[in-house]
Design a protein around this ligand. Structure first.
Ligand code: ADP
Ligand code: MG
Length: 314
């Protein structure tokens, strides 16, 4: 059996901070990423791709707010679905073209994914993630009153809506994803952490305004599809301890115990490397391997030549 690998692509792989976010820019970035991904497909790995959506869902939200009242706005979870469709379709095209160039016999499917979260998740009590447009204090107060939005000041640039970032409980529809994987298909799934839904007393699902951390949903995805490897692809070659300091030191292959110690010692920032290391540690606990590396070095990192590997067996 070929090894099953979940690839979690960071936001930078799709849109760099200095870029505007045109279709052409995103298509070019996605094509570059897909060329790397197909190297793994060619090497015989079963590949599932998941990805961030921060800048994309941000722009969709802004579009929604700027076209008011002409066009009815969609709730945040529908915007997330739109971003999955947008990124997923461009990615599907790019993967298929690269697969054809290599004359590989593989299908590609992008699957819209709902991610169930707990309605009682404590994150809903104190929303922390700023999303969408910036508003003045007066506008912010009006929106809080009219729409019940929680508003927060963001980086001194004005007020924005704040939403919760609850923990993913379960990604729905993964039985179908597994069937696709078993049937010669590269699958794109759980983009942007998934479309957040909660379950009511009658067992009905309902979308909810929240954003889910893509590294934590990549962990859920990896566990549920029984992946052999979780690979988090980002914009640094390795995880470092004392990152950004004179004595910074790159981590290569480390044990679970070492990873946990560095995590507890606070070496990984909360909004960036923290969730990646948390996901990697949790995944490695099942005696498996988690890798954090740059997109460019994905293939080499899979064989331990580069990147940071957290091994659950040493
Ligand atoms: P992504 O879009 O891939 O999720 P993030 O910006 O969230 O990317 O996380 C990657 C960033 O984490 C790196 O660019 C780096 O600046 C930062 N980072 C924080 N702590 C560390 C660390 N200990 N080692 C390496 N990178 C770190
Ligand atoms: Mg991130």
């Amino acid at each position: 059996m070929s090894e099953r690998v979940v690839l979690a692509l960071g936001g930078n792989a799709i849109l760099q901070p200095e870029q505007k976010g045109t279709y052409e820019e995103q298509k070019e970035n996605i094509e570059k990423a897909c060329n790397r991904i197909v190297e793994l497909v060619k090497a015989g790995y079963q590949v599932i791709v998941t990805h961030g959506n921060g800048p994309q869902v941000g722009q969709i939200l802004l579009q929604n707010e700027l076209t008011q009242p002409e066009i009815p706005s969609m709730p945040l979870w529908v915007c997330t679905a739109e971003s999955q469709g947008m990124i997923g379709s461009i990615m599907q095209e790019a993967l298929k073209n690269e697969i054809n160039r290599h004359q590989l016999d593989k299908n590609v499917s992008a699957v819209l994914s709902l991610t169930e979260v707990d309605a009682n998740d404590p994150a809903f009590e104190s929303p922390t993630k700023p999303v969408g447009a910036f508003y003045s204090k007066e506008e912010a107060d009006k929106l809080a009153e009219e729409k019940g939005w929680v508003m927060m000041e963001d980086a001194g640039r004005g007020y924005r809506r704040a939403v919760a970032s609850p923990k993913p409980k379960r990604i729905l529809g993964l039985e179908s994803v597994k069937t696709l994987l078993d049937n010669n298909t590269v699958v794109i799934s759980a983009g942007g952490g998934g479309i957040p839904v909660v379950r009511d007393e009658q067992n009905n699902l309902q979308g909810i305004s929240a954003v889910i951390d893509k590294d934590l949903s990549a962990l859920e995805l990896s566990k549920e599809v029984e992946a052999d490897v979780l690979m988090i692809l980002t914009d640094v070659s390795n995880v470092f301890i004392n990152y950004g300091k004179e004595n910074q030191q790159k981590l290569e292959t480390i044990s679970l115990a070492e990873a946990e110690k560095y995590y507890d010692d606070g070496h990984f920032s909360a909004g960036s490397m923290g969730p990646k290391m948390k996901a990697a540690i949790d995944f490695a606990k099942n005696g498996k391997k988690a890798i954090i590396c740059s997109l460019e070095e994905a293939k080499e990192a899979l064989t331990g030549k580069t990147g940071t590997t957290i091994s659950g067996t040493i």
